[in-house]
Design a protein around this ligand. Sequence first.
Ligand code: SAM
Length: 252
Amino acid sequence: MGATPAWPPRSAPRLFVDCPLAAGDQRVLDGPQAHYLSRVMRVGEGDAVILCDDATGEWAARVISAGKREVVLDPVELLRTREDVPDFTLCPALLKKPRFDQVLEKATELGVAKIRPVVTRRCVADSLNMERARSVVTEAAEQCARTALPKIFAPVSLSHLIRDWPEDAVLWFADEMGDAPSAATAFAERLPPAGLLIGPEGGFDDAEREEVRGFLQARPVTLGPRILRAETAAIAATALWMGAMGDWAAQS
Ligand code: SAM
């Protein structure tokens, strides 16, 4: 007698839904999500779909009906509660769209809690399509099987970020000019909540560097002897922090 196949199968499609899920509380998906399930993933009655609500966690749901315009799902079982997200905020200066999309996607995969984009004087881009940014983050979270979505904030000026920075959080300042401790060791010296400020393609100007270094909660760090692209710096430093202080430690 062969083993009973696991349910839900690992290949089951994953989607984030807008409001909290509960067993038996059927959910009707329409629009692009219905199209994805019925036309791309070709789900049918009885198939499994994984639903996440960024509140209770991840549910195995059964397809009740799957049409072109809407798919009805019945949440059956809570598989995992929403992950405990390390309190880490990535504050990347806005970059040109494809590179900033890369920062959004990789920061999501790496496990950040918040993304607070910053507009600095040398930014080439000065605005962010928030709906598109949320879509990039949601797709990345679905792909890497996160049960929580990073919160994305509208871009603010550097002065505004500093003015509103939470009193209990350190702001790591990736300063390409060096003359700062290595992030590799510094990150482990401060518990969360923490944030990380990364400059734009053109870096910070002198006045901005002075403003950040003058902020009591800011701690300059270096990311090694080479000048990294902004997106490389954001991704590499976030990975470094997650490994030191985030949830990458062996799950107990
Ligand atoms: N225009 C700057 C220059 O040529 O010196 C380079 C800016 S770099 C492309 C973009 C951002 O990545 C910097 O503002 C900084 O936040 C971060 N970064 C890059 N390399 C770094 C390093 N070795 N140490 C610390 N931060 C770095």
